[in-house]
Design a protein. Structure first.
Lengths: 301, 93
């Protein structure tokens, strides 16, 4: 293998930041997936990547400079590039024909050919079918098993993983339209629509809920039932809670990436009795300390 | 070859959190016909490409979106061209 400094076009005194720069310059031009038609790019890229792997590792670079190791063995393990699969004859979910869709629409021989080959490919993979599936907010948090009724009357069982967000797409391989020959069926692509729940708001993995409490619950404290996406739980409201007081229910949020759950935050809102209560009015009228307290004290308006 | 989530993470040398982010961006669309996510060779290679773009080339998320879209179009064109190439000699006779 060639001297890694020569491969990257740098010298042994070049700083590691400049080595990275030199590598990026070369790799951008040589990456096989950015040069799908260039067979030689792969070998050149491997050489450059191997040289960079050696020189970007401070320890390896030191040992190479000291002559303890040579440049051999610095090659990257066999990597399969996207270009090796992306042009597969039987198609795949990332297939994008929009690059020549305009040609297919016209009237000439090329358009005719493109249309015909699209239809008649011997081992054509079936089309992907797109569906939309509304789920409730609670189901998006807990996960669910849903049955989707298809336009042709069939059904499709969909396993909704917990923690989905609105607009996420589930792919069910082989559940799309049937293909021709050995092409296999296409996929069903299901866009999940999370129907918002007026009670809950989701921020990342956490869920917030505004919960009305009575005056007596706020002043005296108590245990109250709180709805969560996974069902009601009992929560203790501390004495002297106020509108805006936020309490945390640990682990009652949406599933967190990489395990665990977010939290549910319960924001209290003190609500007076619906109809004016003479007893309450009489009490407040005789409550001197309450009159002396000005919650707007210090505010400019 | 079909691999599960753990195998994909090992092949592509990425963290589980990174993968979740990519799934959210719809850069990767795994097969979820069963309860477990399944990834094909194509998905693995695509994950490696995204990793190269992000970590080696320093492309940001918006850039990845643009690149993947163009790369997918390029492959659609390449496939059409390949078919045309196969058919042309047959048409001459």
């Amino acid at each position: 293998m060639k001297n890694p400094y020569e491969v990257l076009g740098v010298t042994p005194t070049t700083s590691s930041a400049d080595i990275q720069k030199a590598y990026r310059q070369l790799a951008k031009k040589l990456h096989p997936d950015l040069n799908p038609g260039d067979k030689a790019a792969e070998d050149k890229f491997k050489e450059v990547a191997g040289a960079y792997d050696l020189l970007s590792d401070a320890d390896k670079r030191k040992r190479f400079d000291a002559g303890e190791i040579d440049a051999s063995g610095a090659e990257r393990p066999q990597q399969h590039f996207y270009r090796d699969f992306a042009t597969a004859d039987n198609g795949h979910p990332y297939t994008d024909n929009s690059g020549f869709a305009d040609f297919m629409d016209s009237d000439d021989a090329l358009a005719e050919f493109l249309r015909r080959s699209e239809r008649a490919r011997a081992n054509r993979r079936g089309q992907d079918l797109h569906y939309q599936l509304p789920i409730s907010f609670a189901e998006s948090v807990t996960g669910a098993n849903k049955r989707l009724t298809l336009p042709d009357g069939g059904t499709l069982d969909v396993n909704i993983p917990p923690g989905l967000v609105d607009g996420q797409i589930l792919r069910l391989r082989g559940k799309g339209a049937p293909g021709a020959g050995t092409g296999g069926a296409g996929d069903a692509l299901i866009e999940v629509e999370v129907v918002p729940d007026p009670r809950f708001a989701r921020e990342g993995d956490d869920i917030t809920l505004e919960l009305p409490v009575s005056l007596s619950e706020a002043v005296l404290g108590g245990r109250i039932r709180v709805p969560t996406p996974t069902g009601d739980v009992t929560m203790a409201v501390p004495k002297g809670s106020n509108t805006g007081t936020t309490l945390r229910l640990k682990g009652k949020g949406a599933p967190r990436r990489g395990g665990g759950h977010g939290d549910q935050f319960v924001k209290l809102k003190v609500v007076l009795p619906k109809s004016p209560d003479p007893e309450l009015e009489a009490f407040v009228a005789g409550w001197d300390k309450g009159k002396a307290f000005n919650p707007r004290e210090g505010s400019t308006s | 070859m079909i691999v599960n989530k753990q195998e994909l993470l090992a092949h592509a040398r990425i963290q589980s959190q990174t993968l979740e982010l990519w799934l959210e961006q719809r850069w990767l669309i795994p097969d979820q016909a069963t309860a477990e996510m399944n990834f094909s060779d194509l998905d693995v290679a695509r994950a490696c490409l995204i990793r190269d773009l992000k970590s080696d080339f320093g492309v940001n998320d918006e850039g990845i979106d643009v690149i993947l879209h163009l790369v997918d179009q390029l492959h659609g064109l390449r496939r059409a061209l390949e078919q045309l190439h196969k058919e042309l000699p047959a048409r001459k006779t």
